[in-house]
Ligand binder design. Structure first.
Ligand SMILES: NC(=O)c1ccc[n+]([C@@H]2O[C@H](COP(=O)([O-])OP(=O)(O)OC[C@H]3O[C@@H](n4cnc5c(N)ncnc54)[C@H](OP(=O)(O)O)[C@@H]3O)[C@@H](O)[C@H]2O)c1
Length: 281
């Protein structure tokens, strides 16, 4: 999706994937910096490790404790730092790394654009309390949802996330367990559903899908998980995680380029790459 947008923008850049061992991440980032890379995206476990390797942390990375986007920046003659791409190579003498997180905002954007969600005052059930579940719950709390219910196979992890929300967002009512009334939204942040034979990631005896207005599954492959199939049958609005993947990538590219990027081009490329000619959502 990045290369499609890069071509549409008329840039002579390339977006490439590298396998990097966690113990060699620091060297890899330093190597990219001296080779004048524009920036980097990181996947787990590098997102957490990179936090201590940045010269500057953007608010987004500080807030969520993870870096999924690094932007290399150059110092101008007047002392200001700008994205490396905005300075002619001969003028970019001093370079620093700035870490961002574009994942958390991407979830909110996907929920707004794909499911027309309004968060303020809403009741939300988050399934999963791993890396993605924790950030989803915290980010929704920051959007001023009213009530958050957290369910995880390992309840202690949901309790830890709940305690963090109580400390950081005291206005949000947070509880570990299934809701006792209807919810506006369910977010699946577990990995259950990656295989078509997986069960739905929630106990439908404890909470029935028909009591949910909308269901968002972070999984995008398969396009329709057992949870989304069941939610659709129950009459809920549904969306998979493709939008989330798209928007974190679009924001990263925007940070490197320093201007708006063609999101529709990126969506089309992503859908073709992941689903081939099949319809995605
Ligand atoms: N669309 C996107 O852009 C996007 C971005 C990030 C993540 N994701 C997706 O979100 C999911 C979670 O990612 P993550 O980074 O948070 O992974 P993670 O940190 O490994 O967390 C995995 C979560 O799934 C639960 N889980 C795993 N196997 C389970 C099972 N058999 N039964 C019940 N629960 C189970 C875990 O519960 P325990 O705590 O009990 O182990 C935990 O809550 C993945 O499917 C990932 O692909 C999508």
């Amino acid at each position: 999706m990045h290369n499609a947008a890069i071509a549409a923008l008329g840039l002579d850049w390339r977006y490439l994937a590298f396998d990097v061992r966690p113990e060699e991440l620091r060297q890899a980032v330093a190597g990219a910096q001296v080779m004048r890379f524009i920036g980097l995206n990181l996947t787990l476990p590098h997102k957490l490790l990179a936090v201590d390797m940045m010269d500057e942390l953007d608010e987004s990375a500080r807030e969520w404790g993870a870096v999924n986007t690094i932007r290399f920046e150059a110092r101008k003659a007047d002392g200001d730092w700008v994205p490396l791409a905005q300075l002619p190579p001969q003028e970019a003498a001093e370079i620093r790394r700035r870490g961002f997180n574009t994942d958390a905002d991407a979830l909110v954007r996907a929920l707004q654009e794909d499911l027309a969600c309004n968060f303020r005052g809403a009741t939300v059930l988050v399934l999963g309390a791993g890396g993605a579940g924790r950030v989803a719950a915290l980010r929704l709390a920051a959007e001023q949802v009213k009530r958050l219910f957290l369910v995880n196979r390992t309840p202690e992890k949901a309790k830890t996330v709940g305690a963090e929300i109580e400390r950081r967002f005291p206005a949000v009512q947070v509880r570990v367990g299934y809701p006792d009334a209807a919810v506006d939204l369910i977010v699946n942040a577990t990995s259950l559903g990656l295989r078509e034979t997986d069960p739905v990631p929630m106990d439908e005896r404890q909470f029935q899908l028909r009591k949910a207005g909308a269901v968002f599954d972070m999984i995008y492959q398969p396009a329709e998980t057992p949870l989304l199939q069941a939610a659709k049958a129950a009459g809920c609005r549904v969306a998979n995680g493709l939008g989330m993947l798209l928007y974190q990538g679009a924001r990263a590219l925007e940070l490197w380029v320093g201007q708006a990027v063609p999101v529709h081009v990126m969506r089309k490329a992503l859908e073709e790459q992941i689903y081939g000619s099949r319809q995605s959502r």
